[in-house]
Design a binder for this molecule. Sequence first.
Ligand code: DGP
Length: 135
Amino acid sequence: MDNCIFCKIIRGEIPSRKVYEDENTLSFMDVAGDVDGHILVIPKKHVTNVLDCDKETLDQTIETVKKVANHLTEDCGYEGVNILNASGQPAGQSVFHLHFHIIPRKSTDPFTGWPVYPGAKEEIEDVHKRVTMID
Ligand code: DGP
């Protein structure tokens, strides 16, 4: 995709600090500067997000997420990771090339990795009826 920032990173037209690369995926440092160690994992094939991603590309991308996450916890002194994905603008996606965020974590971190939600408004039974795929 000509104008996709992440496709430009893959092509080397925009520099990136690479963490891992193989034939189908790339992992590099996120420039957001919001939390130490913020890393992204993307497929080299341009897909928008999880919603339009084919199984093969998603499998390859998740495999690299696991590889990087294991490296962080086994070799880099971290104790856990948060793995985050936004699929769709209402979910907070701002770059429309599939990516998973990896936030390396330590038990001493003075923050939670989970979004701060406002508290459920609907009865769980009502939501369950609307979303369940089980007859
Ligand atoms: P999201 O909001 O979930 O779509 O995340 C997009 C992330 O991409 C955001 O954390 C900042 C990061 N980002 C945007 N532009 C660049 C860039 O040019 N280089 C790098 N390394 N990261 C970028």
